[in-house]
Design a protein around this ligand. Structure first.
Ligand SMILES: O=C(NCCCOc1c(-c2ccc(O)c(O)c2)oc2cc(O)cc(O)c2c1=O)[C@@H]1CCCN1C(=O)/C=C/c1ccc(O)c(O)c1
Ligand SMILES: [Ca+2]
Length: 493
């Protein structure tokens, strides 16, 4: 278990993938704070290799060359300004910590100008030298790289796609990594997404984390441990399991998004079985997971075990997001993406390496906001879609209440309440729901927060009347763009 330290009344984080610090600062103040988001997962903050073939791929951010805070997203001062402004707006910052490895690409300059020689494990910007990377003493493959994910030793001690694998058993390396993370903690971040955790021994993770400071007491109160989400891609089938990492924090639950894609995208499973979604479907405890529909990697077609729902399937993404945010299981993360020109050849997207929207000099484009509050220049901004941010508010209003009044009106027609505070009805296929349903809510006129919002005492979308017995009529056409109705006591006339 690990606590995200959300400010009061907030309960959802968003991954602003590849955004610049100046844009995130602005987004905290103008949108995420006012709309009730708990926090932002940012891209890696430390200096990385400049990969030029292909040209500046997104994954160059996952090839560290030092722990200096210089990246395409900005410099240390801009990072500091963002963290303090977001905290002031009630929005937490979680850093994507790439601590299993350094870059493997032969040599060159990092995004902060540091030199390095990945092949020789020489990173003067830290400094790390050859003794600080794993080698023949504990990696026994012919070329020093991982080939067999069925061998836990190999997965931990050898080079992931040739990247210099840090010797996390060494006190010096643990001190350097903890120093990097403590610098961020002292700046005011609330925690970390730990990249490639599967590739680190749980005992070494303990060795690093035991060196971490508590969070800033002026921002979080005293004695608060950093929030930890460990990226462990475990869809079953490999010996390394999510459960090995429960002792050091939450883990990324890849099963969650794939199962919801089975139901709402592939229709290979039925929504009526979602009544016990979560532990009942073999997923870890609600306290041990971070849930999401897709992430920066599997939205590009890498994910094993079935394609997730992404912004390219907007209808299904909104349905599944509404379900994720209405359901009490786990702690949710919304993905906020940028567009790129997919080019599928033999089932592989030739362009899945492409980095963020950029200017002629390869600098990352600013995020420009249109008059209608959508984003411009290739930034998708799923977190700004009304059906998403209104469900963030729904989740905030119903916090602490159990799932009740579950009903399945058809194989793919479901409805449930959260205590007496919120209610949602979903049609997950092309069928038509036209029924009186017991909502469990007090009587009154509620605004459907999917088709509109509650503004100035009025509903800009549908109004739902709940009678004295808690019943209301739901007429939902599964063929429509948003076959979901969601109501809660925070949007009641
Ligand atoms: O074909 C690729 N990689 C091999 C298949 C994906 O394997 C990777 C995994 C990976 C995939 C599946 C697993 O079950 C697993 O345990 C690990 O995690 C990484 C984590 C990193 O920090 C940096 C990386 O380069 C990788 C990576 O290449 C391309 C070219 C190099 C980067 N990359 C990529 O595809 C980059 C992927 C990537 C980058 C960052 C991530 O956080 C991530 O989850 C994936
Ligand atoms: Ca490793």
């Amino acid at each position: 278990y690990s606590d995200p330290h959300c400010a009061a009344g907030r309960d959802t984080i968003v991954h602003l993938f590849e955004w610049k610090w100046t844009d995130i600062k602005a987004e905290c103040e103008r949108f995420l704070g006012p709309m009730g988001y708990c926090g932002v997962q940012v891209s890696p903050v430390n200096e990385n290799a400049v990969v030029t073939n292909p040209s500046r791929p997104w994954y160059e951010r996952y090839q560290p060359v030092s722990y200096n805070l210089n990246t395409r997203s900005g410099n240390e001062q801009q990072f500091r300004d963002m963290v303090s402004a977001c905290n002031k707006a009630g929005v937490r910052i979680y850093v994507d910590a790439v601590i299993n490895h350094m870059t493997g690409s032969y040599s060159g300059q990092g995004t902060g100008g540091s030199s390095f020689d990945g092949g020789a494990c020489r990173f003067p910007g830290v400094p790390f030298g050859p003794n600080d990377c794993n080698g023949g003493d504990n990696c026994h493959t012919s070329d020093g790289s991982i080939h067999n994910y069925g061998n836990p030793e190999e997965v931990r001690n050898c080079r992931l796609v040739g990247l210099a694998d840090l010797r996390l058993g060494s006190d010096y390396v643990r001190d350097k990594i903890a120093g990097f993370m403590n610098n961020l903690i002292d700046i005011g971040v609330a925690g970390f997404r730990v990249d490639a955790a599967k590739h680190m021994w749980p005992g070494d993770i303990v060795g690093v984390f035991s060196r971490l400071h508590n969070l800033r007491s002026d921002t979080f109160g005293s004695g608060k441990k950093p929030f930890i989400v460990q990226e462990v891609i475990d869809m079953g089938g490999e010996p390394i399991k999510m459960s090995e990492y429960f002792g050091t924090g939450r883990v990324t639950n890849f099963i969650f998004g794939v199962k919801l894609a089975d139901v709402f995208l592939r229709h290979s499973n039925q929504a009526k079985w979602l009544s016990n979604f979560g532990e009942g479907w073999g997923m870890p405890s609600t306290y041990d997971v971070l849930n999401f529909l897709s992430n920066h990697d599997n939205q590009r077609g890498h994910g094993g075990g079935g394609a997730p729902i992404t912004f390219r399937e907007p209808k299904e993404m909104k349905i599944a997001t509404a379900f994720m945010l209405a359901h009490p299981y786990g702690f949710p993360r919304v993905m906020s993406s940028y567009d790129w020109p997919v080019n599928y050849q033999n089932g592989n997207d030739q362009n899945n390496w492409m980095g963020p929207p950029h200017n002629g000099d390869m600098s990352t484009k600013d995020v420009r906001i249109n008059a209608d509050n959508t984003c411009n220049d290739g930034w998708i901004c799923e977190h700004r879609w009304r059906q998403v941010y209104n469900m963030v508010a729904f989740r905030n209003v119903v916090a602490g209440t159990p799932l009740q009044n579950w009903q399945a009106l058809g194989d793919n027609q479901i409805a449930f309440s959260r205590g007496t505070k919120g209610f949602i009805a979903i049609v997950g296929d092309g069928s038509h729901m036209n029924s009186d349903i017991n909502t469990g809510l007090p009587s009154g006129d509620y605004c459907d927060v999917i088709s509109g919002s509650y503004e100035n005492g009025e509903c800009t979308g549908k109004t739902v009347h709940v009678d004295g017995s808690g019943h209301a009529h739901f007429n939902i056409n599964g063929q429509s763009d948003d076959p979901v109705v969601a109501i809660h006591i925070g949007a009641k006339k």
